[in-house]
Write a protein that binds this ligand. Structure first.
Ligand code: ZN
Length: 341
């Protein structure tokens, strides 16, 4: 399907048959809708609402005065969402670290990511976001949930990314990853950066903040307690690496006598819309905690629907049995499986 062209849109109505007007008609498209595929289809857009989809012939006849955009047989589909992004990773593309390649999770962090993020200036942060945002638009990604780190320029970094988003308006959620790895002052700044950004972007449908945490093994109980206070004050959610490497899971069991997900629960952090990135080394009990703790807390505190609760991003090849994990968690999960080559 498709001939090299992709049109992306967001479905804003469940029922397309209620259309009353059409300002723009995208015709001659192969439409990939949530529940159907329409060949030679058309999409009616009324303001910023997708009001109707159907066959090109029928809708051209129905809306003869609408402005037309000929998709020329291209694929027209809902926008893609990237649920765990690091804009600053733009600078790691094609990077040669020299020497023996890193062997494990901690070596990758120390030799690549933690060297890279400490080198970032605000100008770097801005351009590191611009490049992937351009690629988002080109590839049909309309929503990005970013997880940012720049320990030597923490304060104002999320607003710098916002500056890039103002030029390329992709829907986004931003956070700063709090960590104790660079000392108490930088951890404090990370908490402040999250708080300030969340406070300033509560009502926007295009840009919001989450509370970012790096990972269990770089967060002390003291810092986590401070983070949890902000999360609860703002009734927001966390975006955190969870048991991405076995070292994170082992560290948690050795130092806190529990799994990483259990630790988040102890600090009351499994709130609605929490994003637990990776979850490669979680066990069945932790899957159940995500399922039940997330659901119950979300429904009780925020009275929100089942499908708005904890999102788990499972990525990488470490989790052996993804179908079992999906079945155990049984809540909407964003899954990105890297394919072994
Ligand atoms: Zn990550």
């Amino acid at each position: 399907m498709g001939q090299g062209k992709t049109f992306s849109f967001t479905f804003l109505r469940d029922q397309f048959s209620t259309a009353t007007s059409c300002m723009l008609l995208i015709t001659n498209a192969n439409i990939l809708a949530p529940d159907q595929i329409i060949k030679n289809g058309a999409v009616c857009i009324d303001g910023n609402i997708i009001s109707e989809i159907g066959s090109s012939t029928a809708l051209e006849k129905k809306y003869p005065k609408a402005r037309r955009l000929d998709a020329q047989g291209g694929l027209c589909m809902p926008g893609l969402a990237n649920c765990h992004m690091h804009f600053y990773s733009t600078f790691a593309r094609g990077m040669n670290l020299g020497g023996v390649p890193p062997k494990n999770f901690k070596e990758i962090l120390k030799r690549l990511w933690w060297r890279l993020d400490k080198a970032l200036t605000k100008e770097d942060v801005y351009y590191s976001a611009m490049v992937p945002l351009i690629e988002c638009v080109r590839s049909g990604t309309t929503c990005v949930i970013d997880h940012h780190a720049s320990p030597l320029c923490v304060l104002g970094s999320l607003n710098t990314i916002k500056g890039a988003l103002s030029k390329i308006p992709v829907r986004a959620s931003l956070c700063y990853e709090v960590s104790d790895r660079d000392g108490a002052e930088i951890a404090r700044q990370g908490i402040e950066e999250n708080a300030q950004f969340i406070k300033g972007h509560g009502g926007s449908h295009m840009l919001q903040g989450l509370f970012g945490l790096h990972a269990s093994f770089t967060l002390s109980d003291r810092t986590l307690k401070r983070c949890a206070a902000v999360v609860h004050d703002f009734k927001t959610s966390i975006h955190v690496h969870t048991a991405e490497g076995v070292a994170d899971a082992d560290h948690c069991r050795q130092n806190h006598s529990c799994g990483v997900v259990e630790r988040w629960r102890q600090f009351n952090l499994l709130g609605p819309r929490a994003i637990l990135a990776h979850c490669i080394h979680i066990d069945h009990k932790e899957m159940q905690i995500i399922k039940y703790a997330g659901l119950k807390k979300a429904q009780r505190l925020h009275k929100i629907k089942k499908d708005e609760t904890v999102v788990v991003l499972i990525t990488g090849t470490g989790l052996k049995d993804i179908p079992t994990a999906m079945k155990a968690i049984t809540i909407p999960a964003a899954v990105e499986v890297k394919i072994k080559r």
